[in-house]
Ligand binder design. Structure first.
Ligand SMILES: [Zn+2]
Length: 344
């Protein structure tokens, strides 16, 4: 069908105007504003997250290879325990830290068993998760659900072992189940049998506790985040658990980088909304560098009658997601700038 000439002319005028607007944009000042908003939001609480995604250089993209991880191919290359060992800790009445110095694993206890969040590496899940639970008086046989935030070796490492040994149900995002299936070498000893595929808003209920799953694609296509409630000396406290942080996707070319950053930003907005709706005052992550778990566990020991070191208030929880959005927006703007410069 022929377009009437007047419409075509009108369209060209609009395109011309858009193009001129794009050329007159001051990308440097927009990038600075995005970085500034992330820095302001981070304050002294989220310096680790700020450093990792705003300040440090980013890797170019995702790993698409299917080679054996070095710690599987050659166990003598496994990092020495003094680099990763951390003491397990009871953090809330019903939430226990059973992770390491860098990577975290959390056990939510209920009257009907345990929900475990993330499983660290294959080489330290036995000592830190199984050993840590026993040290704290928890029986790993009671693990009923294992929730994997995303299929990277530092979080899925113990999932196969826990599923085989204790019959625990494993929950993961659909795209990450597919990634595991496609890469038998990369996930050797770490690949649970395909089990529960997470959906947005899915509720995992065990005993008196319910964990709500939120799809937050970005870090990986299947990344999951959660909201749930814990008890602090009997008082209910809402938790937002952020499941993926670094820009681990193709991020160095405008296509698909700009789109990937948008997916990531949209996920952080989605999770921030859920955190606000549930009144989350605790922000948990699967890396100590993002939620300061390793240090906070030590602070907890000297808490006395003071406030809980993890209970930072809903404003700070919201600020966490602003850091993620600001850093991602700055990186996205750099790609938009590349596109605009190429058109000149
Ligand atoms: Zn990861």
């Amino acid at each position: 069908m022929k377009q009437p000439l007047v419409q075509v002319v009108g369209l060209l005028a609009i395109l011309g105007a858009t193009n001129a607007a794009a050329q007159s944009r001051n990308f440097d000042s927009e990038i600075n504003a995005a970085l500034e908003s992330a820095k302001t939001a981070a304050g002294f609480e989220f310096t680790g997250t700020l450093a990792r995604i705003c300040l440090l250089p980013q890797s170019g993209g995702e790993d698409t290879s299917d080679s054996l991880p070095v710690y599987i191919a050659d166990p003598s290359k496994v990092h020495a325990p003094e680099t990763w060992y951390a003491e397990p800790a009871r953090v809330f009445d019903n939430l226990y830290f059973v992770g390491g110095r860098i990577h975290s694993s959390w056990a939510l206890t209920t009257r009907d068993g345990i929900i475990l969040f993330d499983t660290i590496y294959p080489y330290n899940s036995e000592e830190l998760i199984v050993g840590g639970m026993k040290k704290l008086g928890l029986d790993p046989k009671n693990i009923k659900y294992v929730l994997i935030s995303h299929a990277h070796g530092d979080h899925i490492g113990g999932a196969e072992m826990l599923q085989k040994r204790y019959g625990a149900h494993v929950v993961m995002g659909g795209p990450d189940w597919d990634t595991v299936a496609k890469h038998p070498n990369r996930y050797k000893t770490m690949a649970p049998r395909r089990d529960i595929v997470a959906t947005d808003g899915m509720k995992i209920t065990l005993g008196e506790s319910t964990v709500t799953i939120w799809l937050t694609p970005g870090h990986t296509p299947g990344t999951l985040s959660y909201t749930f409630t814990v008890l602090d000396r009997g008082k209910p406290v809402s938790v937002a658990y952020s499941g993926g942080t670094a820009f681990n996707f193709v991020n160095n070319t405008p296509d698909p980088g700009i789109r990937n950053f948008q997916t990531y930003i949209d996920s952080q907005k989605h999770m921030a909304e859920k955190a606000a709706a549930t009144g989350a005052t605790v922000l948990l992550s699967n890396h100590s560098e993002f939620d300061n778990a390793f240090n906070k566990n030590r602070m907890l020991a000297g808490r006395g009658d003071g406030s809980h070191p993890y209970d930072i208030g809903s404003d700070w929880v919201q600020r966490y997601f602003k850091v993620m959005q600001g850093c991602a927006r700055a990186a996205q703007l750099r790609l938009e700038q590349k596109v605009a410069e190429a058109k000149r």
